[in-house]
Design a protein around this ligand. Sequence first.
Ligand SMILES: [Zn+2]
Length: 68
Amino acid sequence: MPLYEYQCIACGKQFEKMVSFAEADHKPECPDCHSNNTQKRLSLFASAGSSTTGTTLTNNCSSHGRFT
Ligand SMILES: [Zn+2]
């Protein structure tokens, strides 16, 4: 699941949330003030993070194969 950055417009809080593609257009609740007045921020870290996860999984598989 992709990690998105959001900012609460009501209080200015910035937070990250993992959302499924089905929820990607849904505005999450601010963890601080519980307002739904939040907006998604574009983040380069989201795509970098998911590709890093993929590499880690591949490395785990190959080392496990060698062990067997
Ligand atoms: Zn807030």
